[in-house]
Every structure is written in C-alpha cells, then in structure tokens.
Write a protein that binds this ligand. Structure first.
Ligand code: FE2
Length: 429
C-alpha cells in the first residue's frame, strides 16, 4: 500500500513507463507496472519526472531588491557591489525576510527545492544573517536553504570581517565563503583562502568561495583553493564559484590547473546568466564571454553545477527562479549543443548541484526523499528547450505546487486548435 503512485513516468536517464510508489516522505518503489494500491494515483504517462532543481549559488539577502535605492546604471559588477554597500545600512530584517520568502515561493513553483545562498557577513549587525537564518527555519518544510558566510568586502580587507564571519558560523550558517580576488593583493587573496579553509577544516564545514570572478588571466586563486583543499583533507568538500578568470587564462597553464583541481575534487559552479552579463566589461570587441571552462572541467571528472546567482538585485535585473533558464543560457555560452552536452546541462541544475550541497536523500531511487518534479516535457533536452511547465512539484511526498499544461489556443483555418511546442506527439497533451 502506497500513499501515492505516479504512473508511467519518463526518467532523466531515458527509462520510460516507470511507476513511482511513495510511502510517507520517501520513494518506496520505482519500477515498471508497479503492483499495489495507493490512496491516490496520478497518470504522468510520457512526462519527465525528475528530482527537484537545485541552485548551487544564489544571493538571497539581496534578491528582489532591484531599484533600491537606485538601479545599477553601468550594469557592472563593481557598481553592483557599490550599490549593495549603499543599500546595506538601510536594510531591515523584516524586508529581507519578506523578499526572501517571496523568492522561495517562486522557487517552489519552479520546482527549485534546494538553494545554496551566500549571505553577506560584512555588517556589524549581521542583519542579513539573522534574517536568512529565520527564513531557513520557516521554509524548511518545503525548501532546503543552505547558507554560506560570505565576506563580500574581503575577509582580510574589511575591518572586523573575520570575527563577523566566525560569529555568523556560530549562529548556524552552514558553509564558509570567501572572495580572494577582492582582497588587496594576490598575496592577501591567497592568505584569505588559507585562513578560510583552515576555519572550515577546524569546524568540519564545507567551503564555497567566490573565486577569481574576474577577466584577469593572472587571477589564480583557484590554484591555492585546490592546494588548500588537498593539504587540509577537504577533498570533495570545497567549491570554487564563478572561476571566470579561467576563461581568459593561458591554455598551457590551464592544462596543469585542471588536473590539480580534479585531484582536490574541487566542486565548480558557473553562473551563466551573470557571467555573460558582467564579464568582458573592459573589452571592446571581441568581447569575452567570461564563463569558466565548463565542458573541459566536466570532461576531467569534476562536478560542475550552474547557479542562478542573482534575481532582480543590484547585479542582475531579470530572472524568476527558473533553473531551466539557467541551463539554457549555460549550454549556449559553453556551446554545449550535442545531445550528451545538453543532458549534462540538465544535470548541472539537478544532480551535480545536489552533490555539491551534500544533500541527503536526493535522487530517483527507492529510499530517496520523495522530492519530485513532473514536467510538461518528454526528456531533459525538451525541458530546457521549452522551459517546461512544472505540472506537479512534490516535497516529501506531498504536492506543494501544480500548474495546468501550457498550450496556446490557435484560431487558424484547417490547423489544430492548440499548440504546445512539444516535438514528439506521443508525449503531447
Ligand atoms: Fe555570487
């Protein structure tokens, strides 16, 4: 006896006509033609059923603040950081909580049920930290929010930042962050990486740093990050976010760097929407794309995820919590248009991101948590192509969001009455 059975699912790996039996909060069985009764059954024939989307890199303390106190006129990273500095003293805990909760509603509706958010700790009040810890508690029934202590103004460069970061960790922030390329010198950047990795090792925490978010090919803090991960026994527990300088690095140097990163089992997060808009700003033409070397890093066996990074904040005026939009941009920027590469882009916003977050019970197997998304698409590529409607979103076996299939009503003589942009008719409707 099951609480719910989803009948006829297509899985991301291509298996079709699978029945998913859910008991309590977990997947109890996953097989074709599942025998047994259920309190409720849903026919999902031909629909793609996937574990939820996971955003490996976000800033929830600034989200939905677009236009406060003014918009970013140049659109650059540095004006964004300056603008955030202007906004910070005027933040209230209530407003941060309210905006974050509103964003989490969007996320759930998009089937995005786990988010790693950096939270700025360079504020003596730690107001955003307290606000997001409160949000984390409130959304826990429907969304996993993992917080990174992020010293936006530099852990060494900003007075008191080290103590504030430690206080944030004491308060319950999960992951150690950093921003070595924003420290005053290369040497201080390297020292910050060492310090922050040591803090993580002492406390048994994961690391996720903004690293080399720059077009400077000589910004090589990722090398230090890989070295420290290995020296401190943090293999598989350290992530480098952005790594945009790798786009501009000398190929010979990269041929040494990527194996070092693989040895340290570094996680990698590219943020395609943000990288393509913020990098290359000092270029005239040709303009660099600025995204890190995603296909090459994947080929070397590293876990690479795509993050959203920003939605309607000082750095980015667009977005709606749709990780399919992120995957869509990522595969374009990286020219990953082969079938396997497109599927890998889907993995970058699902399983790869879940691995970087060390999410427990994530996946599509008996025993995994019954966190699932039913999409109006037949496979991952179609989901990306159409930014497919999330028909059902399940959290711990319970439907937390639903949507009618998208279809336009046509009024054309001699043509079908509706169009839904699906390619193969066997999973249309
Ligand atoms: Fe970021």
């Amino acid at each position: 006896m099951f609480d719910l059975i989803l009948r006829g699912a297509t899985l991301p790996d291509g298996r079709a006509n699978m029945d998913i039996g859910i008991r309590g909060e977990r997947i109890a069985a996953l097989q074709p033609a599942l025998d047994g009764d259920a309190a409720k059954e849903i026919d999902v024939s031909g629909r793609l059923v996937t574990p939820p989307f996971v955003d490996a890199h976000f800033h929830m303390d600034s989200t939905l603040s677009y236009g406060l106190p003014r918009v970013n006129r140049s659109g650059t990273l540095l004006e964004g950081i300056a603008l955030w500095g202007e906004l910070k003293p005027h933040l209230t805990q209530e407003a941060v909580v309210e905006r974050a909760l509103a964003y989490c509603d969007w996320a759930v509706a998009r089937g995005l049920l786990a988010i790693r958010s950096h939270v700025d700790v360079c504020d003596p009040r730690l107001l955003a930290v307290e606000a997001l810890l409160e949000v984390k508690k409130r959304v826990a029934p429907y969304l996993d929010l993992q917080l990174v202590a992020f010293p936006q103004d530099g852990v060494l460069r900003s007075p008191g930042a080290r103590d504030l970061l430690l206080r944030a960790l004491d308060l319950g922030v999960d992951v150690v962050g950093g921003i070595p390329h924003f420290e005053r010198t290369m040497a201080e950047g390297a020292a910050s990486v060492r310090l922050l990795c040591e803090i993580a090792a002492e406390r048994g925490l994961l690391v996720d740093m903004h690293c080399d978010e720059s077009d400077d090919p000589l910004s090589r803090h990722v090398e230090t990050l890989a070295y420290e991960a290995q020296r401190l026994g943090l293999q598989g527990r350290v992530t480098g976010s952005h790594l945009t300088s790798m786009h501009s690095m000398d190929n010979y140097y990269v041929s040494k760097l990527i194996p070092l990163m693989a040895e340290a089992q570094l996680g990698v997060v590219a943020n395609p929407l943000i990288n393509i808009t913020l990098q290359g700003r000092h270029d005239t033409y040709p303009k660099r794309r600025g995204m890190t070397r995603v296909p090459e890093l994947m080929a070397a066996g590293l876990t690479v995820a795509f993050g959203h990074d920003c939605v309607m904040d000082p750095w980015y005026p667009l977005g709606s919590g749709d990780m399919l939009e992120v995957a869509h941009m990522g595969l374009h920027v990286a020219q990953m248009t082969g079938q396997d590469a497109m599927k890998a882009s889907f993995d970058a916003v699902t399983v790869n991101a879940a691995r970087l977050l060390h999410l427990e019970g994530y996946g599509l197997e008996a025993g995994c948590r019954a966190d699932l998304v039913v999409l109006q698409a037949g496979d991952p590529v179609e989901a990306i192509r159409t930014r497919a409607t999330r028909l059902f979103v399940l959290r711990r076996g319970r439907i937390v969001s639903r949507c009618e299939p998208a279809a336009a009503r046509l009024d054309l003589p001699g043509r079908p009455a509706s169009v839904d942009f699906l390619f193969r008719r066997d999973h249309a409707g």
